[in-house]
Ligand binder design. Structure first.
Ligand SMILES: Cc1cc2nc3c(=O)[nH]c(=O)nc-3n(C[C@H](O)[C@H](O)[C@H](O)COP(=O)(O)OP(=O)(O)OC[C@H]3O[C@@H](n4cnc5c(N)ncnc54)[C@H](O)[C@@H]3O)c2cc1C
Length: 392
């Protein structure tokens, strides 16, 4: 194999594969792209373990814009990522996204929705009566308001999106290598090459860090610190005989969420911050379901009183401990290392916008479509959070 590449991407999850696709599809890019992925089954990465939610209900304008692009992209994803006339099969289930608030959370939710409206999102605000009439299965006790994204919000199949990006990227000439990047060679302000566990060295014009929850090890190798840590989240699959009809992806004020998945529902909740250590294992804590998730579910949706857990898994957020927002772009000291990291719980829906942004950095040196400058390194270096309010 030739070992000289214009762009090397470390990690072939949904972010790395979106970067590979957008680069290969760009008329302004004629170079050679290598994606190095240590686990071609993708079974342990964040992507395949994600909930796949897509929403414009954020408080950071950039997050709203990125999800608007995701909705647009998903609208034509079958043709855009078609290979040899075979359409890409990536669903976008637009059953909406509902975020519920008690009196305590009302002001924040209203402020978030005002920002969403200012940036073109059509989020509805529903009072308890409207909530009860739209969602007859919902217990509205203790609810003050709900924000409902009824258009262009819902969820996709994360693994299908990853595979569609990957397949299309490969059809456009991107090379995927099953190997593990173990070293990054930096010469002053530039990355020169990476070394892999199989003993190879690959030189690059650009290096993209798309290593998900392991991103900080690539950064460390380049002599750069990023506040990205691996944090565990559980997803429980439940069977409910009298399933709520027309159920959107719903967040209770407790942070407990649920959505339909085929004949079942999936659900979960982020642990409290003091119970959320850095973590690499994938063990499931079923007590967390019994003691925390289920009581919240049963309170909000009475038919969830009678449910059975039929499956469960754990996955890792690449958690940005500074502000739970993405880190995108180059560090000021290294001109050809692009970070696409720290997406916390919303990277799946950001993958089209991130892939496009990274291709724009490579081809033009800056942003063309969406200005994502505020997700750059300046705030990391000055430790000035760009805090997203709507994260769970
Ligand atoms: C439980 C859960 C629920 C989520 N829900 C949502 C949601 O509803 N909506 C949403 O938008 N997002 C959600 N997310 C977040 C989303 O899944 C992630 O932000 C997104 O998948 C990140 O993609 P990635 O490509 O950066 O990471 P990954 O999919 O983890 O890919 C990184 C890849 O890099 C590879 N890699 C790492 N180090 C190396 C190395 N040294 N050499 C070679 N390869 C390497 C890994 O093997 C891995 O395949 C959720 C995540 C979890 C865990």
């Amino acid at each position: 194999m030739d070992k000289s590449w214009d762009v090397i991407i470390v990690g072939g999850g949904v972010i790395g594969s979106a970067c590979a696709y957008f680069l290969a599809a760009s008329p302004d890019f004629q170079g050679r792209v290598l994606v190095v992925e240590r686990d071609p089954t993708y079974q342990n990465g964040s992507t395949a373990r994600s909930v796949g939610g897509i929403r414009q209900q954020f408080s950071t304008p950039e997050n709203i814009w990125m999800s608007q692009f995701a909705a647009e992209f998903m609208g034509g994803v079958d043709r855009t990522l078609a290979v040899d006339d075979e359409l890409a099969d990536v669903p976008f289930t637009k059953k909406g996204y509902l975020i519920l608030a008690s009196d305590e959370g009302r002001a924040t939710l209203e402020a978030n929705v005002a920002i969403q409206h200012a940036h073109g999102a059509s989020t509805l605000m529903l009072g308890p009566d409207e909530l009860a009439s739209r969602f007859s299965w919902l217990n509205t006790a203790g609810l003050s308001v709900g924000s409902f994204g009824s258009t262009d919000e819902g969820w996709t199949d994360p693994y299908a999106l990853l595979q569609a990006f990957r397949k299309k990227a490969r059809s456009l000439g991107v090379t995927y290598l099953n190997d593990d990047v173990v070293g990054v060679v930096r010469d002053g302000t530039r990355i020169v090459s990476v070394s892999t566990s199989s003993g190879d060295e690959h030189s690059c014009g650009w290096l993209v860090n798309a290593a998900g929850a392991q991103a900080r090890f690539i950064a460390d190798n380049a002599g750069i610190q990023i506040p990205v840590r691996s944090r565990k989240r559980f997803i429980f699959v439940i069977d409910c005989q009298n399933a709520p009809e027309g159920c959107p992806l719903t967040f209770d004020p407790t942070g407990t969420y649920f959505r339909p998945e085929g004949q079942y529902f999936i659900c979960g909740k982020a642990p409290d911050p003091e119970d959320d250590p850095d973590c690499d294992d994938l063990e499931v804590d079923y007590d967390f379901f019994d003691e925390v998730v289920w009581p919240n579910l049963a309170n909000r949706v009475p038919v969830f009183e009678a449910i059975k857990v039929v499956n469960a898994w754990a996955g890792h957020y690449a958690y940005n401990t500074l502000d739970q927002n993405a880190i995108i772009g180059c560090h000021p000291d290294v001109s050809n290392l692009i970070f696409a990291n720290g997406f916390s719980g919303h990277g799946l829906q950001q993958s089209p916008a991130v892939g496009r942004a990274v291709s724009e950095i490579v081809t033009t040196g800056g942003y063309v479509s969406l200005d994502l400058t505020r997700f750059g390194f300046d705030r990391i270096l000055s430790e000035t959070p760009l805090a997203e309010q709507n994260v769970f």
